[in-house]
Design a protein around this ligand. Sequence first.
Ligand code: CO8
Length: 372
Amino acid sequence: MRIAITGSGLFTPEASISNEDLVESFNAYVANHNQEHAEAIAAGTVAALSPSSAEFILKASGIRARHVVDRDGILDPARMRPQIRTRSNDEPSLMVEMGLTAARQALEAAGRTGAEVDCVLIACSNMQRAYPAMAVELQQQLGAGGFAYDINVACASAAFGVQAAAEAVAQGNARCALVVSPEICSGHLNFRDRDSHFIFGDAATAVLVEPLEQARGSRVDEVLGTRLKTQFSNNIRNNFGFLNRAEATPRSEADRLFVQEGRKVFKEVVPLVSELIGEHLAALSLAPDAVRRFWLHQANLGMNQLIAKRVLGREPSIEEAPVILDRYANTSSAGSVIAYHLHNTDLVAGDVGVLCAFGAGYSAGSVVLRRQ
Ligand code: CO8
């Protein structure tokens, strides 16, 4: 059976934080900390903190700004984390609400209703709660039938979700499968860590997967193939989990938030991902030059340029490998789908594109598409 992505959607939080705003807040925190511990710093028992810089952030990552669910809580130097209203169990959870907006857009683009959906996958890094699965809540909010479950393979989640959805459709277990990637990365980001405080943003995406023969939308991309790869690494890690409260030695807050060895990740993930894409294209008898567009995971501008360059054997143009991380930062699993959603309207029938997501695990997934 031929399978297609028949619609996509994107929710972008209204609030945005520029590098300059973020650095101002971080540097106020650093100044307060260094003043408060001046004696201990002078005595050598406490380390002085170093300020951050907007120039460094742009140069090292390509990020200029990020959308977030709450600006004020993040920028308050006394808080430095989003402030989110505690909702009752009878209200929709925030991540499901974000996902629902993206899901409804994807359904509208595909000419489908929620009632026609029979498989809902929430594929993302940061889950609202342990259980019940967010996907089951979203299924109910949409009035969908069938089954629903959550998938977490960090930033690569959306690609794993598309493969799972395509398999469910191919096996006849679903006819209309929704893959939703809501990310509130700001909830898991240590805004007191100079090395990473600028990396992430919040957003939600959705794509609908159906048999090609039943596609109704005006932009339909056949899934020519999916390919996944995982390889264990501690270089991107978060030790938050349900065993924290049982652990003999309590972990610091920093150890229950995102940490990474950015340089090592860069060095190890670039070859892993470029080989994955190269091998996937070869298996489909497609030359890299036949690819009109690469919708890559958006973590680091230099990294994306290098991956595309390795695959193509030359520098990619901005049209070939579009960038959204300048204004969204790294939105984890949503990033490659945001790039797809915002940069696919100019494709014509026969054009080939590669959606590729990668991140913690390590995990990587490639989805090769052809415009119908
Ligand atoms: N301001 C000024 N200076 C700084 C800052 C700052 N903010 N931060 C670090 N520096 C300094 C460092 O101290 C260092 O100084 P020195 O040379 O004196 O030691 C110097 O600047 C260079 O630092 P780095 O080596 O760290 O800088 P890099 O050029 O390597 O850039 C990056 C850092 C941007 C992090 C880069 O390494 C990178 O992007 N690497 C790729 C990372 C990546 O792709 N990660 C994937 C993560 S996505 C994922 O899978 C996570 C999923 C879970 C989501 C969780 C949501 C929260």
